[in-house]
Design a protein around this ligand. Structure first.
Ligand code: TRP
Length: 322
């Protein structure tokens, strides 16, 4: 069975609807009928999160979100990167076959370097750890957003370098998949998403906050009576993501007929989002008081991840003569 994997860093304080649409949902769809893994890239978040309380809070929230959004009794294994004992050992071995010139080409550390006067070594070495995340479990397919394409190319190069250096075929080169259907989705103000614009819609915010966020979506300023073009509207772009086709048509008609206020569309969007995430939001709240299910599953799945990584590490040690 094809092995597929993805990961999210607990860098942000929560999963927003775009994370869900561009990463989580495509992953669930691709994972059908495959052996699937999804992990919390907590070591990776150390490049930017240096406060224990923030780290704990982010990680806990992300865990609850994963488990709330995954179908009940899912076979997709969720695990924690930092609980995989050999992951950094594997990273060290891989770093010894990774040319400096390769990593120097990395866009993401160059971007950080341009923005900050100093960057840490974890930011620089990031692609090597990410390569271990994939090779440690013999992952064949990694669905990624386009910002991760270079990292995936690096993972393939590093796997290839190891095989070539040691004249082995220990690693299969992982394949990545970029979802081309996904267009850039407008944020609440039609601008690019950014923490500083505060234009995210978090899936698990309470209803009041969610409403406030949705009501603040930027729209045009026609009068109430004027017919409106749904294609030009940020609210409608979001309605299209979450509503059934019939519902979309019904709302588009109202836009075009006039006497329909953007505020009305926003309230419809709120209902649509609440309905879409109803079960997940209930499950998320149930975890507020009881983490036992999550803890039990994590301990099971962390063991599975360790077993795979231990085996890979043993094979690598054998190949390198240690
Ligand atoms: N670098 C990814 C991101 O920033 C997260 C990540 C870490 C990852 N390790 C991975 C994704 C392995 C896929 C496979 O989104």
């Amino acid at each position: 069975m094809t092995k597929i994997l993805t990961a999210i860093k607990p860098t942000w304080n929560g999963m927003h609807i775009w994370n869900y649409m561009w990463a989580f949902k495509p992953f669930l769809e691709l994972a059908e009928g495959k052996e699937a893994y999804i992990f919390i890239a907590d070591y990776h978040s150390l490049t930017s999160v240096h406060d224990a309380e923030t780290m704990k809070r982010n990680k806990l929230r992300l865990l609850k979100e994963y488990f709330a959004l995954l179908p009940k009794n899912t076979k997709i294994a969720v695990f924690e990167q930092t609980k995989v004992n050999r992951i950094n050992d594997i990273t060290w071995i891989l770093s010894s076959v990774t040319p400096l010139s390769l990593i120097l080409r990395g866009h993401s550390f160059k971007d950080s370097k341009n923005k900050n006067s100093e960057i840490n070594m974890a930011t620089f070495n990031y692609p090597i750890l990410m390569t271990s995340d994939i090779l440690a479990y013999d992952i064949e397919l990694v669905p990624v957003w386009k910002d991760q394409v270079q990292h995936m190319e690096f993972a393939r190069d590093i796997a290839w370098n190891f095989n070539k250096t040691y004249n082995t075929d220990l690693f299969k080169l992982p394949i990545y998949h970029v979802d081309k259907n996904l267009q850039t989705i407008p944020w609440t103000d039609g601008r690019k998403m950014s923490k500083s614009y505060d234009n995210f819609i978090w899936i698990f915010d309470d209803e009041k906050t969610l409403k406030k966020k949705i009501m603040s979506i930027v729209t045009w300023s026609e009068t109430l009576e004027e017919p409106k073009d749904p294609k030009k509207c940020n609210v409608f772009a979001l309605i299209k993501l979450f509503a059934s086709v019939d519902k979309q048509k019904e709302i588009a008609k109202k836009y075009k007929a006039g006497n329909y206020w953007y505020g009305h569309a926003k309230l419809e969007l709120l209902d649509i989002i609440l309905e879409y995430f109803k079960e997940a939001r209930e499950r998320y709240n149930s975890f507020e008081n009881d983490m036992s299910y999550i803890e039990k599953k994590l301990s099971e799945w962390n063991k599975i991840a360790n077993k795979l990584a231990d085996k890979k590490y043993a094979d690598m040690m054998n190949v390198i003569g240690l």
